[in-house]
Design a protein around this ligand. Structure first.
Ligand code: SF4
Length: 485
């Protein structure tokens, strides 16, 4: 029996892909090693959302090759899809498998191991991918692997498996379990890809068109998690609010089929509530224009949906939003956030905000800062723009100097920290419900409230239990409290 190790970088979606890759290896009888240094096959599941993410992946490849020179390094994920040639030349890399072929990853990696053992040999030479790789014959299908009794040469050719991502409709999905909350809140990816073309974003080019896990498959996964004892499940995607738009009418329940309308994200939320016994559903990021009245009503009215809305904002400047090709204007965004707050007075409301987009002036940034000040955010994810090769924004003039962008980032982070602190303080002296995580520290147990606040509760409590907590104070970005049964 062989061993494998998957190291993930980047967002939840990438981690969900990583979990699905682990499932592929396990189904083929391989065992998960405890560390990359102990594995025969090490998969690096990369991110490419910033230049720093690329750098992290390259550094990890070098580290793993140094620590475990005998292992087969397989590089996959968004960086592998975007620039396979950069990765294939790094020492120790045996396979570069883009998102286009991730669903076959274990098969491709094991075919390589078999080739090394003299069972199979790949006749094709080194393949340099190009944008229209498929037509250029760049993709090496598995059918090209043939039985052969000739051992591969010592200078074994490395291979790249990347083809046009837009030609692919597969969706990898397996629940992800955080190390910190391993026994509490699995994350289930139900959608992948994106049909938008935000000018700064490389994701559509590396993840392809929007596609959804079919309703019945989602319900099966949720049921399986519930049967295993999980109480809260987080559903996520690259553009989660677009879930269902690609599903054929024939895949829909008869009530929807009659009216023959496309399925929508609200249908998924309602179905999970009606057809599973999941105790708490948490929805991850949903674009502002996908927060329909119906979705808001479902989230606000059901006690089984966490009171949490993450709504990407990116900028408060109309000019910048237009240049970003975002599909809403600042006033649309403001209106959505105020409606969410009105419907859920104590909900967590979070946003992604980008600073330093090309051409962002002090005045543009001032509009973003004002919007952040005025709107009832309880936390923010602040990103500094990073030029991604091939995106329209990377070719724009007026790139903002790094120092200016950093300073804007610092200002927004400070503002966000102050808003979060104020939000947390508003719960002191009140009782909140939270789910215990699996971490203990100094005789306190960490738990998470429905509105996304960490609370450290006195005493040791078993993981994955609902507890009622009396909030007594705020310290280091978390609430402090005691069990208040
Ligand atoms: S909505 Fe925009 S930022 Fe988000 S994944 Fe799609 S293209 Fe990228």
């Amino acid at each position: 029996m062989g061993s494998f190790y998957v190291e993930n970088f980047g967002c939840r979606a990438t981690q969900a892909d990583g979990a699905a890759i682990e499932r592929q290896f396990r189904e083929r009888g391989l065992e998960r090693a405890g560390a990359p240094g102990e594995a025969e096959i090490v998969v690096l599941n990369t991110c490419t959302v910033t230049a720093a993410a690329d750098q992290d992946a390259r550094a990890a490849i070098r580290r793993i090759h140094r620590e475990n020179p005998g292992c087969q390094i397989v590089v996959t994920g968004c960086y592998a899809q975007r620039a396979p040639e950069e990765l294939a030349v790094l020492p120790g890399v045996a396979r570069v498998i883009g998102n286009s072929h991730k669903h076959q990853l274990a098969q491709l990696a094991l075919a390589h191991s078999a080739a090394k053992a003299g069972l199979l040999w790949e006749h094709s030479a080194w393949l340099k991918p190009c944008p229209d790789t498929e037509q250029a014959g760049g993709f090496v299908p598995l059918t090209k692997l043939t039985a052969c009794d000739q051992r591969p040469a010592a200078n074994d050719q490395r291979l790249v498996f990347v083809s046009d991502i837009f030609a692919h409709t597969e969706l990898l999905a397996a629940p992800v379990f955080d190390a910190a909350s391993e026994r509490t809140r699995p994350n289930l990816k139900v959608q992948d890809g994106c049909d938008n073309r935000c000018s700064f974003c490389v994701i559509p080019y590396v993840r392809g068109q929007s596609r959804s896990l079919k309703l019945e498959a989602v319900l099966r996964e949720v049921d399986a998690l519930v049967a295993s004892g999980y109480r809260e499940v987080v559903i996520s995607g690259i553009n989660l609010g677009r879930w269902g738009r690609d599903l054929a009418v024939s895949h829909q329940p008869s009530a929807i089929r009659k009216s023959a309308r496309q399925m929508r994200f609200e249908d998924l939320v309602r179905s999970i509530l009606e057809r599973t016994s999941l105790e708490k559903l948490r929805i991850s990021s949903v674009e502002p224009m996908d927060w329909s009245d119906e979705l808001l009503r479902l989230v606000a009215e059901s006690p089984r949906v966490a009171k949490h809305a993450h709504v990407p904002m990116q900028s408060g400047s109309d000019r910048v939003l237009r240049a970003m090709h975002r599909k809403y204007r600042p006033w649309h965004y403001r209106e959505k956030i105020l409606r969410i707050r009105e419907a859920m007075p104590t909900a967590a409301i979070g946003a992604d905000v980008m600073v330093g987009f090309p051409g962002e002036t002090d005045a543009d940034f001032g509009e973003t800062r004002r919007m952040v000040e005025e709107l009832p955010f309880t936390y923010l994810h602040v990103f500094t723009y990073s030029a991604r090769p091939g995106t329209p924004a990377a070719a724009m003039r007026n790139q903002v100097p790094v120092q200016v962008a950093r300073e804007r980032n610092r200002m927004l982070r400070e503002l966000a920290a102050a808003k979060k602190q104020e939000f947390m303080r508003s719960f002191v002296g009140k009782a909140v419900e939270a789910i215990t995580l699996s971490t203990f520290e100094c005789e306190r147990t960490e738990a998470l409230t429905s509105n996304y606040l960490k609370v450290r509760v006195t005493g040791r409590h078993e993981a994955n239990r609902w507890i009622r907590v009396l909030v007594e104070g705020v310290e280091d970005g978390t609430l402090l409290g005691r069990d208040w049964a």
